[in-house]
Design a protein around this ligand. Sequence first.
Ligand code: BTN
Length: 267
Amino acid sequence: MINPHLIELNIKNNLSTCSFFDGVEYHSLLTSTSDRAKELAQSGAQQGTVVLAGTQTKGRGRLGRRFYSPEGNGVYMSIVLRPGEGQNDPGLITACGAVAVWEAIHQITGVKVDIKWVNDLYYRNKKLCGILAEGQFDSYGALSYVILGIGINMKRPEEGYAPEIDDKTIALSEINPGISVDYCSLCAKVIECFGRIYNELPNTGFLSVYRDYSCVLNQEITYEKEGVIHHAKAVAIDNKARLVVITAGGQEETLGSGEISLVRTVL
Ligand code: BTN
């Protein structure tokens, strides 16, 4: 039986010197950690407030998709952000999140996973982590807060993942079965890495990792724009973490968000 207070205490102890961190709530069950973080932000929670859950009944991903959150088998985390000058670009915040999780996994397991633009981490073409930034604007159009949601698969559930994603999903325990990753250490490392990278904005030095471990750069991709599927080659990631592509017609386009698919050639 998991004791929420022990989890909170363990994470606080791990982060005693982290200036970004402003407290953590662990719940065995929530609809979504991002719903709870939003409630906290609306009632004045500070930047660096973290919400964790053992499972989510309505975990959500981008484009209205569900994020499957099996009990006790993953990190389901949301962080309250109050972006200041130079930090209020949701695309860059998402990229900070991807690099923070990348670094945390690398520091704990030694494994270098792939970053799939814009917000997913993959290993051997299977999804390991998804990230979702949701912003709230005030009546003047300024960002009053952002909730950064991070979902990391730690262990494959005994019953498997949902049938439609089972063969496209991987968990940390499958990547390196010899290393058992501690839940609290992983949560704390993600928060610590994220806080450092985000606090350095508008310095975007972290994008070197985003580019170096991108599984999309120099690949043939497809993307959808205004209901039309376009074929292109991904050629660069700019300093706002946008993807620069050359379309099949030879045009350069810069994609700020959206879904891309890798075109895989079968030999
Ligand atoms: C995606 O894959 O499109 C993004 C997935 C984001 C999932 C995380 S889990 C914690 C937080 N709570 C949610 O409901 N979603 C995010």
